[in-house]
Every structure is written in C-alpha cells, then in structure tokens.
Design a protein around this ligand. Structure first.
Ligand SMILES: Cc1cc2nc3c(=O)[nH]c(=O)nc-3n(C[C@H](O)[C@H](O)[C@H](O)COP(=O)(O)OP(=O)(O)OC[C@H]3O[C@@H](n4cnc5c(N)ncnc54)[C@H](O)[C@@H]3O)c2cc1C
Length: 382
C-alpha cells in the first residue's frame, strides 16, 4: 500500500486556508492527505468585524463554513487542539489524535483582556466578534460624552484597524447628527500612529484622524481600567464608552509544547520553518523579524502569503525537489474613511532588508477593492 503523506493544519484562518488550498490545488488526494483542525467551523475576514460594529453587516452574512473544505477533499475537524508532540509527530484534540508527516501551525493570536486589571468589567473588546452587536447598540444609543479607543499591547492584529474603527464610528455619529456632542479619543502605547509603516505613513494617518476631530494620544501605556477611567503609566483619562484592543498572546498549546517562550510568538524565518523538522508556522502566531525593531505585522495578507510559501515548500519536499520558497513580505491593508472611500497601505517588508510602505489616496475604487478582497477569499478558499 502506498503511504500518502499527511499534512495536518492547525487553525482554519487566513494562514491555514491559504496553505490547504495551495496544497490541494497542486496535489491530488492520492498524493497528499490534508486535515484542517479548528475549534470553530467558520471563517471570517477580520475587517468584516468593523462592518458588524457599524451595523452594515450581520455576523451570519460575514462568515464562510469550514465544512466546505470537504468538497475539495480536505478533511475538516471541528475540535480544540490540546497538545502537539514532536517526538511521535502527533497532535491531540479534546477527542482525537492525529499523526502528521508535515505540520502547519496557523493558530493565530489569542486576545487576552484579562491581562489588564479592570478591563473585562469596565470596557469592551473591539476585536471579539461576540461583543460586536452590544458595541453597535452602545454606539447607536450614545448621545454625548467620550468614546475611548485604546490599544493595550503591541503587537496587535492589523495595525490600521483601530484607526479605521475610529473613522467608522465618527461616520456613525455624524450620520446621527450628534458628532459634535461626542468626543473620540484614541490612545496608543506607540509614539506614532503606525510604527511598522514608518513616520511618513504615520503622519498621514494622523492627519486623516485629526481631520475628523479624533484626538490621538501617543505613548499612552495602559496600567489598568477603573469604572469610566483609564489609568496609564503617566496619566489618567475619563471615558463613557471604552473600546479596547487587548494584549495579544499565543495559544496555550504553543507555550506548553515549547514552540515559543512565555508571552512571545513562534520565531520563524522567511521559509516559515520552526526548529522542528517538517513543522512550519505562519501568521499571527509567529514572530518574523525584519529589522532589530520591526517584525512582520499581524495581518491576514501576510498570514496568507506565508501559508502559500509553506505549501510550496511542502510540495517540493513531497516531490523530492530541492526548491525552497521564501515569503516575499508583500501585502496591502485597507483603511476605510467612513466617507465611501478607502486607501491602501502598500507594504514590502523586505526591500533592501527593511520595510518600504506607501499610502495610496482615498478613493471609492479602493473601497470596492476591499469589498472584492473579502468576496474573493471566501469564494476561493471555501
Ligand atoms: C477588526 C480587524 C480588522 C482586520 N483587518 C485586516 C485587513 O484589513 N487586512 C488584513 O490583512 N488583516 C486584517 N486583520 C487581521 C487578520 O484578521 C489576522 O491577521 C488574520 O486572521 C491572521 O490569520 P491567521 O491564520 O494567522 O490566524 P486566524 O485567522 O486568527 O486563525 C487562527 C485559527 O486558529 C484557531 N485556533 C486557535 N487556537 C485553537 C485551538 N486550541 N484549537 C483549535 N483551533 C484553534 C482559531 O479558531 C482560528 O480560526 C483584521 C483583524 C481584525 C480583528
């Protein structure tokens, strides 16, 4: 009997789905067995969360079912991954055990609001899909006071997203005719708006939010949250509604299996290899250094590019070829203005070994491209 290599993919998000599809588009089910494991059975493009927040979308209309993978002869298992064993090359979930020849770890980052004392009780987690409809209701009912958007740890997913959230909230309040009665404050621990995008792009993002009377407070390192009060290392600030971007950590399994040190992410290079043979990691669960101070940002486009890179490297191994692909570090993140337009932050992380970035003009065409980006991912992957 022929032994078909088994690729097990942990996590069916951007990284896992791009890898699974690239593998299956190149190799048939007689050449490779692919299993995707995820604790949930749906996938959503991250930015759709902000459309649920502003009420232009529902959760149900924003997701694709991971069960669709079965149609492509990709096995899908809905279960929680509980351990990874590198001596016997197997993964355990709550109810099953899977042996692998190749492993792709694409488990994303975990939101950890509990790391900030008082946050869970006194504020909302803007990135938690389960809190979005309540956030929407609060935004629809506020008539005056202060909304605080606060980044509570670095790195976090999609660096421009909280700025985009502030612009969409601004638009909601404007449409209700109450913008002048509600102050929007944006707090970040960073000295500039988007450190990974560099000072030039950061300045233009600052100008964009300032033009909508959103106040950016830089170098604001959060310590704790009290009722209606943010306590920073060097100051305090009042709020009526707090939308937080909590600290991000790797899933517990990653620390338990010693793939990363406590509070860190899995270190990888541009081939997305880990320190274990035939074990790769991609996306938000990783840390890919670009320069001493800059790492590849946590974004779907980069997880997708890394997923494709890993699939190519596994295909080469299965076909006994020497080729080794490197992640190119290219991608773009949309930033929507709330006025029917968007711009794109175009990024090339590895030009001359340092990132180069460009912010395009705000246009309606870019907003259409953003809508298309989501449609394309859902239709080509699921
Ligand atoms: C509001 C918002 C806006 C965004 N906008 C953009 C944007 O415009 N462009 C962009 O490129 N990116 C954007 N992102 C970021 C993007 O969503 C993430 O960077 C991307 O999802 C990372 O892909 P990933 O595959 O690494 O992880 P994920 O997509 O998070 O997938 C990880 C998967 O692993 C599963 N998992 C984790 N632990 C376990 C376990 N123990 N057992 C079983 N399953 C497990 C999870 O359920 C999840 O499905 C945005 C994010 C947010 C929140």
């Amino acid at each position: 009997m022929v032994n078909i290599p088994h690729v097990v993919i942990l996590g069916g998000g951007f990284g896992g789905l791009s890898a699974a599809n690239e593998l299956r588009n190149t190799l048939s089910s007689s050449q490779v067995k692919i299993t995707v494991i995820d604790k949930k059975d749906w996938f959503m493009v991250g930015f759709a969360k902000l459309w649920i927040m502003n009420g232009t979308r529902t959760f149900e209309n924003s997701i694709g079912s991971l069960k669709e993978l079965e149609k492509k002869e990709i096995d899908f298992v809905k279960d929680e991954i509980t351990s990874i064993n590198f001596e016997s090359n197997h993964v355990e979930t709550k109810s099953q055990k899977f042996s692998f020849d190749f492993l792709i770890i694409s488990m994303g980052a975990v939101l950890a609001p509990q790391k900030i004392p008082g946050l869970v009780k006194n504020g909302f987690n803007l990135y938690d899909h389960e809190q979005l409809s309540e956030i929407h209701d609060k935004l629809q009912n506020i008539t005056s006071g202060k909304i605080a958007i606060c980044i509570m740890g670095m790195p976090y997913k999609c660096p421009p997203a909280p700025f985009e959230a502030s612009l969409l909230i601004n638009s909601m309040l404007r449409k209700r005719g109450i913008r002048d009665s509600v102050q929007i404050d944006f707090y970040s621990p960073a000295p500039i708006t988007l450190p990974a995008a560099g000072p030039e792009v950061s300045k233009r993002i600052l100008e964009l939010v300032n033009s909508e009377k959103i106040v950016f407070h830089n170098s604001s390192k959060i310590k704790s949250v009290e009722p209606k009060k943010l306590i920073f290392e060097n100051s305090e600030a009042d709020f009526d509604l707090l939308l937080a971007i909590p600290p991000h950590i790797a899933p517990k399994v990653i620390y338990d299996s010693r793939l990363a040190k406590e509070s860190e992410f899995i270190p990888i290079d541009r081939s997305c290899k880990t320190s274990f043979e035939n074990v790769f990691a991609v996306g938000d669960v990783t840390n890919l250094t670009v320069t001493e101070k800059i790492t590849v940002p946590k974004a779907g486009v980069f997880a997708e590019g890394e997923g494709t890179t890993v699939a190519k490297n596994i295909i080469s191994k299965i076909q006994s070829k020497e080729d080794s692909a490197l992640f190119d570090g290219k991608g773009g993140c949309f930033i929507e203005s709330g006025r029917g337009t968007a711009s794109v932050i175009e990024v090339d992380m590895f030009t001359n070994d340092k990132p180069s970035t460009n912010l395009t003009e705000l246009t309606a065409d870019n907003l259409s491209k953003k809508i298309e980006f989501e449609k394309e991912r859902l239709s080509k992957w699921l």
